[in-house]
Design a protein around this ligand. Structure first.
Ligand SMILES: Cc1cc2nc3c(=O)[nH]c(=O)nc-3n(C[C@H](O)[C@H](O)[C@H](O)COP(=O)(O)O)c2cc1C
Length: 176
């Protein structure tokens, strides 16, 4: 299986990055292939709602920025992993801009290969996931009809997750 991991954290050595590292160790054990896209390092502008993609563009976005690379990776992926810190009860703004731009690629149909989704979340306070889970269910499971492969949450403000949490994430990756 080919997996696209979208990293919404701007911290290069932060908790999300560590979760992704452990997850990829598990994926390697299971023999999967993956791409990690550090969304905050890219130039991805917000959706203009110009509707070009749903008309003349026939699924192509009018904005030619780094989102073009993400579209390419999404076409190849069997599974999508949304990895993000919680910022004000949701995903980071940079990741939200990227996800809003899926709008183009979903027209006229979602990428054929993409059938599964999972999420890795970290928040400073416990139980801060309701906003992210609401969109996970509404957008990816219900609207896109992707299969729910699971959600892993962790709690930490400063970078530093327990070895037990990292092992849980490794095992999750290996179980796919
Ligand atoms: C702008 C901003 C907003 C945040 N909002 C929340 C929040 O609403 N709830 C929460 O529990 N933590 C919040 N946090 C804390 C982060 O989720 C937490 O520090 C997380 O570990 C950061 O992940 P990272 O190391 O991968 O960047 C916020 C942090 C920042 C910088």
């Amino acid at each position: 299986m080919r997996i696209l991991i979208l990293n919404g954290s701007p911290r290069p050595k932060g908790n999300t990055k560590r979760m992704i590292g452990a997850f990829c160790e598990g994926l390697e054990k299971a023999g999967h292939e993956w791409d990690v896209t550090d969304v905050c390092r890219l130039n991805i502008r917000g959706c203009l709602a110009c509707e070009y993609c749903h008309g003349k563009g026939n699924g192509q976005c009018v904005q030619k920025d780094d989102m073009q690379n993400v579209y390419h990776l999404l076409q190849k992926a069997d599974m999508l992993v949304i990895a993000s810190p919680i910022y004000y009860h949701g995903l980071t703004g940079q990741l939200k801009c990227c996800i809003d731009r899926f709008y183009a690629m979903l027209y006229p149909k979602k990428p054929m290969k993409l059938t599964r989704v999972a999420m890795l979340l970290v928040s400073g306070d416990p139980d801060m996931y309701e906003g992210a889970l609401f969109s996970y269910k509404g957008d990816y499971l219900d609207y896109l009809g992707l299969e729910d492969m699971g959600v892993i949450t962790a709690q930490a403000y400063a970078p530093g997750l327990s070895e037990a949490k990292l092992e849980e994430i490794r095992m999750f990756g290996a179980s796919l």
